[in-house]
Design a protein around this ligand. Sequence first.
Ligand code: SRM
Ligand code: SF4
Length: 513
Amino acid sequence: MVNIVAKTDEKLNKFEKFKAEKDGLAVKAELDHFAKIGWESVDETDLTQRLKWLGVFFRPVTPGKFMVRLRVPGGILSSQKMRILAEAIQPYGEDGSADITTRQNIQLRGLRLEDMPTIFQRFEAVGLTSIQSGMDNVRNITGSPVAGLDAHELIDTRGLVRLVQDLITANGAGNAAFSNLPRKFNIAIEGGRDNSVHAEINDIAFVPAYREGELGFNVLVGGFFSARRCEAAIPLNTWVPPNEAVVNLCRAILEVYRDHGLRANRQKARLMWLIDEWGLDRFRAAVEVAYGSPLLTAAPTDEIDWDKRDHIGIHPQKQVGLYFVGLHVPVGRLTATTMAELARLAEVYGEGELRLTVEQNVIIPHVPESRLAALRQEPLLATFSIEPSPLVRSLVSCTGAQFCNFALVETKQRALRLARSLDQCLLLPQPVRIHWTGCPNSCGQPQVADIGLMGTKARKDGQVVEGVDIYMGGQVGKAAQLGTCVQKAVPCDDLLTVLQDLLITHFGAQPRG
Ligand code: SRM
Ligand code: SF4
């Protein structure tokens, strides 16, 4: 086990203290015991913090009904895995639901601690893991959701994404070498031309680039969002070939971050703060030492030269005669029934595989042309449409007040209601991406949106009411750029009119006749 000690001049914050006292992964061996004694009898730090190392989240909003955050590397999962996930929530009736997350991942809700050992056994039997998916660990590794399907992709990243996850989690068993980082950590590996992963908002991002005629990745570092500060990733000035070098570089950067990252103040602990303190050259030099051989300089340009796609609808694959079909999942919300149905559709029409996107939608790949018409007639497609209305189509929302105790506003239902109303009264010449996030933590990525809405408190008629700060100017794809706050504390009740005006003034929307 790696013993992390903060620098001597740093005072330990309470998170560093409890991590130093007992590693988060230690609760893995205690899960059966916790299940027996019941959540009310579990030590508070184990319950509310360390269990997150297993992906088990105590929800203060719904005590006793836990959220489990899986790992779905690159958003790829089999229909068999999807069924096991559906079966995990099915016994909990109305409490049982799931969400597709903004990191191509699945979160299950309503689970009881007493059932966790059995649920985890079922996960393990099909190769699912939720290990190290929360707190000071590396989050789900993202990759193009059409890796291996896209005729225009440069690098099929499926194997690499998997290898990086296996490194970080020791093949799903839990890896004490990376279980005590100074803070959370995000990694994305993009193999396509459209930056489907939002490379710029990850602590490490690999983007395809040719160096002296050879295809590999340029590397970006330090991108992150937090309540205090949001930064786009910056070039590390290195290029790696698309093989174990990617895994080795992730290991090296994580080791440098683990051993030298700032731990005194959690608001200043993400990787970019270390890069700021050291300067990029010193940081790169330290990574080079950990990497164990000279780092090559970056390729002059990368190959991200497309606008971002949303993958909704029917699209030909590089495999002639096969199609991937993108279904729109309103604000990413799933139930046991819709999950089982997705698994069935993937088996009947595809090859038993599903893909998740960072826009919280789902793709069924490998559908032969001859089966497209029948798939279109399936009842699930009335709910998970392949032709959603324009604003609903591009809507993304974080969890919000229904389950998240950080939330300042309810997000998902409000987001959907407003997008549907706006679609009814406006004609849009182009898609407009609206992202909702319930608080400044920015899980719903308002800074990448055309219009980002961040929950806050506002005043209306002398009363404190739910409101939003409005962000604009976020660009994705080839010219990715973070949006900024343009209007503060708009009461949610005024949003229909405010958004109507914004859509007409800035996005060419026209009132329907
Ligand atoms: Fe997040 C904390 C949900 C993506 C930045 N995030 C949380 C917690 C765990 C807070 C909590 O304990 O309640 C939320 C769980 C609520 C729940 O019950 O669902 C939560 N984050 C989410 C998800 C589910 C939003 C969604 O609806 O999709 C996303 C899960 C991704 C995954 O599968 O792992 C999610 N969170 C993000 C992203 C977006 C991304 O990764 O592209 C960000 C901004 C990018 C980044 O991290 O740099 C993000 N979440 C945060 C932060 C602020 C981090 C910081 O450095 O300050 C917190 C708070 C924290 O860590 O202290 C946070
Ligand atoms: Fe919760 Fe805030 Fe993240 Fe939304 S942005 S899930 S409200 S922490």
